[in-house]
Each structure stands twice: as C-alpha cells, then as structure tokens.
Design a protein around this ligand. Structure first.
Ligand code: DGY
Length: 415
C-alpha cells in the first residue's frame, strides 16, 4: 500500500526552491501568496521552522503599504506569463502588483499554535497586521465591511462564473502583448479562455499605468467586486491574529483587529441571502449582488457562527450541489449554465477549498457533511494523485501535477 503522506511530503520537498515552495514546476515557477500560506499551515503540522521560513520568504515581497503580492519572483524563469517585466512594479524583489486571498494570517496563527518561537512569530504577526490594515484601507475605503478585488486573479479563482458579468465589462484591448505559456503546460481545455486573458492583462496594464498606487487604482478600476470569499478568509485570519495579539501582549493591536473583524462580520451578515441560502458578493461597479453560485458563497462559514436556520439552509444547499458528484465539493453546481467541470475554476473540485469548507462546516457543527467532503477528497487524491484540481463528475485529475497545495491539503485532511 502506498504511503500517501510520504508522497505528499516528497512533493513539498521537490517543489522547494530555497526556503519557499513553488506551486508546481513549469506552470507556476515562482512563489505564490495563498499557495505558500496553505503550504506553511501543512508544515505547521510536521516542520514548524520550515513553515516559518515559507512565510518569511513570502514577506520579502511585502510592499511598504502592507500589501503582500500574489507572486514573488525570487528567481527568473521564462516558463510563465505574465512575468515580472509585465507587472512593472518597483519593489526591490520583483513582484506582481495585486494580491491573493489573505490566508497568510491563518498560517501565522497555525505556526504559533504549533509552538513556533515568539522571535519568529512576532515579525510575521506584524507583517500580517500591516496586510490586514492594507485590506481595510485600500480595499474597503468606504467601510462597507466587505473587501473588494480589483482583478479576478486576486480571488485565486481566476475564471470563476462569479466574475463573468463584471469581467465582461473589461475591454479585451491590451498594450502588453498576451503570450500565454500556461497552455503549453496544460490542456487548453482546462485553462481560462484567450478572451479572459485579454481582460486579465487589460487590468494589469490599467493598474501599471496608475503606478500601482492603491487609491488611483481604486478610482480607475473597471473591475471591482466586494467578495464574500476574501472577506470570510480575512475575518478567519483576523480572528486568529486577534488571539495571537493577546498571546504576544500586543493589546493595542488586539483592539485594532477586534474593530476590523467586527466590520467584516457586519458586512458578511448583510451579504447573506435567504432566497439563495448562501452569501453573495457585491459588484461595486453595477451595484448588483453577484448571482452566480460558486464555492465563494459558503467560505464565510469559516469565520461565522451562523444562526441555526441559516446554517440548515446552507447545509441543504451544499448537499444539493454534491448530489450525483463523484468528488465533492464542486465550485459551481452542475445545474448552473456556466458549469464546466474541467475548465479551471468553473465547477471543478479544489482540495484547498475543501480544506476551508470542512473547517467552516466543523465550526458550525455540520460534522456529517464535513466528513463526507473530507472523505471524498482524500479518496480522490489517493486514487488519482496530487493534481491541481479534479473533475467532480469523473474524478479525473486536472491542471498541473505534483502540486504543492494539494499535498498540503492531503497532509491536513488525511490525519
Ligand atoms: C495563473 O497564472 O493562472 C494564476 O492563477 C494567476 O496567479
């Protein structure tokens, strides 16, 4: 019988590039923000110093305003587009100019809880605090309680149906030529379409023309969605950081985090829809709630104790999405017209999303559903391997292989 945990650890080792972990060779040859946070949480369970190092390497890329970029280009590689030359940012280590879901604070808390020493945790805590301040000031300047994304890549779920309406408004014109590399590594039928890339790069060009100034970008953004998934993760991280602040004797920071967290809690509460049995993001350009059903709508469970009636409704809806699926949890339900089970984020199953959903369900005492999802993804991994994601209808492995955050999710979910 295979020792899958040993295989998972081996993947993390193979993808180590000197204290940081690339998501997978070739397709993603640099350090990615939320990938590294998941990897650090897995290391927290068996190699705490290495977990700290993962985050320390990531914050080498943190900007003066507190933003932690979604990519840190530690070393050159020409196997990925868009590389550092396209982003044109001015940090001393080349980075991208946008961010990713703020799992970072959750990882700092996990490392602390696993016994990381205060001299390593305190600088990471302060980096996380600066990051959270950036989110609230740069991405919720009006204090609505939901933080906004200015680029679909910031959601981590790049071509999710959640962005279809908002992204369609973004022009397909670019000043940067679009020279995709991803489709040379992976079947193009599993990747976003060319039109999506044209729009993704239009946004990069737009923000580069703002000199990456946060306030200028906010005013210029043709894509601006206040996101329930990002806010749910930010709040979960914020709760952990608040406890950590108290443990470190940082009372002023604890009070500040308390206030930021309360703001998110209120924003999420208003984003619940009784009619849909789920949370809904808000398109700030149109003023409309996002109608497309995606996994994002359930991520707030991670950070909220839902009233019983809401939780019962959410659980029923989540079970409905799982009906007839070989692997759970599909990131879009099969009856939605935009469902494409193999095309990246348009319905496929992602082990790290299952990790977050399982945690949210357990928090809300939905233990049977949490166990069903956990068991389903662990079985899929043991059957098909450590791929980037799965087709929920067939269990087919999709995207890149030998994938770091998948190994991390397995290490966490299989114990
Ligand atoms: C990609 O390039 O596919 C990423 O998801 C953007 O970070």
């Amino acid at each position: 019988m295979s020792d899958f945990r040993a295989i998972a650890r081996g993947i993390l080792q193979d993808n180590d590039r000197g204290g940081y972990t690339v998501p997978t060779a070739g397709l993603y040859p640099f350090q990615w923000n939320w990938d590294s946070a998941f990897v650090a949480m897995a290391f927290a369970e068996f190699d705490v110093p290495r977990g700290c190092l993962e985050l320390e390497r990531l914050i080498e890329g943190q900007w003066d305003d507190g933003m932690i970029p979604h990519i840190v280009f530690h070393q050159p590689s020409d196997s990925y587009f868009p590389g550092a030359d396209v982003w044109r940012t001015s940090h001393r280590i080349p980075t991208s100019g946008i961010t990713q879901p703020p799992v970072f604070g959750m990882a700092v808390k996990a490392l602390h809880d696993s016994g990381a020493p205060a001299e390593r945790i305190r600088p990471l805590f302060h980096a996380a605090l600066r990051y959270h301040r950036w989110w609230y000031s740069a991405r919720d300047p009006e204090g609505t309680g939901l933080v906004a994304l200015l680029h679909p890549w910031e959601s981590g779920s790049d071509n999710s149906p959640a962005w279809d309406v908002a992204l369609a408004r973004v022009p397909t014109t670019t000043t940067t030529p679009v020279k995709r590399k991803d489709t040379g590594h992976v079947d193009p039928a599993m990747r976003p379409r060319d039109q999506d890339y044209q729009r993704f790069i239009h946004l990069v060009d737009t923000y580069a023309a703002c000199g990456w100034d946060a306030a200028e970008q906010w005013d210029a953004a043709p894509f601006k969605v206040a996101c329930v998934q990002t806010t749910g993760i930010l709040l979960a991280a914020g709760e952990g950081l608040q406890q950590l602040a108290r443990a470190l004797g940082e009372e002023a920071a604890a009070a500040e985090l308390d206030a930021m967290n309360a703001r998110s809690r209120a924003g999420l509460d208003q984003a619940w829809s009784d009619a849909d049995s789920r949370f809904r993001s808000l398109d700030l350009v149109s003023g409309q709630r996002v109608a497309a059903p995606t996994q994002a709508c359930f991520i707030p469970l991670l950070a909220l104790d839902l009233p019983a009636a809401r939780m019962a409704a959410a659980e029923q809806e989540m079970r409905r999405w799982c009906e007839g699926m070989l692997v759970s949890f599909p990131t879009t339900p099969r009856d939605y017209p935009g469902f494409e089970p193999r095309r990246y984020w348009r319905g496929s199953v992602w082990p790290i999303i299952d990790w977050l959903l399982v945690q949210g369900l357990l928090r809300n005492n939905a233990t049977a559903l949490a166990e069903d999802i956990r068991h389903s993804i662990v079985t899929a991994l043991e059957t098909a391997g450590f791929c980037e994601y799965f087709d929920p209808t067939t269990g087919e492995p999709c995207g890149g292989g030998h994938f770091s955050w998948t190994a991390a999710a397995y290490l966490h979910l299989s114990q």
